[in-house]
Design a binder for this molecule. Sequence first.
Ligand code: MRU
Length: 334
Amino acid sequence: MKVNIDGETKTLLAVWYENGEVKLIDQRLIPDKIEIFTAKNSDDIYYAIKNMVVRGAPAIGVTAAYGLAMASKNKENMDEAVKRIASSRPTAYDLFKAIDYMKNNKFAESAARRYAMEITARSKKIGEYGNELIKSGDKILTHCNAGALAVVDWGTALAPMRIAHDSGKNIFVYVDETRPRLQGARLTAWELQQEGIEHSIIADNAAGYFMKNKDVNLVIVGADRIAANGDFANKIGTYEKAVLARVNNIPFYVAAPGSTFDFSIKSGDEIPIEERDENEVLIVNDKHLGPAESHARNPAFDVTPHEYVTAFITEYGLFKPEELKNLYSMIQRD
Ligand code: MRU
């Protein structure tokens, strides 16, 4: 992704491998500053994923792949390194896909590099297929951040918008702020601003207002894990956007690479949902929002039933939920 740093345009990736270390844009600090977090061992990788230095399903997968290559090069106990990294976050399937990929390739650095290169190429393809759904003048709503920061480059839900904008289409994006971690307000808005794509940040509870007033004509979101029947987990709040889109007759697309599809589970009921620390909800800028004695619940994801999905935008093309068997065969052949 192209990033403007102190008036200079630079090309940055969300994750990369350099001199035997894993480098990550520290996503906790964006948009205030761009700082690079260096991971030197599997404990650092665990810390970075768990604390959301890096986040977004494909980016978590790539970080794990590079992390395991690094751990193997440093002669760490690989059973322990795998166990530790696998325990960092439970929902994004890409994490487990990447770990399996690295196990099958003996934790080779070349395999991790290939994994990262492929995911980048796949997200560009998602962008190309998704671009075909976008017309000039479209107003698109997205939730959380499924941009370049969440992959390595391009993004999933944001890739079609990038390509549509680059090809001269006039688009406008409604960015849900995405409480409690504000991935929309902080990360998606920052990416769109870097690209010069017109957008407005909206409070999470404003989406219905804009949909009902015919101000949104397309919704595109990412996913963390998609079950065989098309039920999918994504950032908390996605489910209600899907229901609102259905009620208001707005097409609702889910953009994700093959690595996010978990065909070993039949439905969304089997997706493990992470519940994070209550303080993410209770405290903003070191200040308690409510009474200090109040507790909070903080599920990080929800599951949207497949009947709300118009189609999945993948690197293999578009698939309606009932067509996912075809996607499965294509992934098996790949
Ligand atoms: O908790 P996060 O920020 O890791 O959640 C990220 C999302 O929900 C994204 O929409 C999803 O991972 C897709 S990223 C291409």
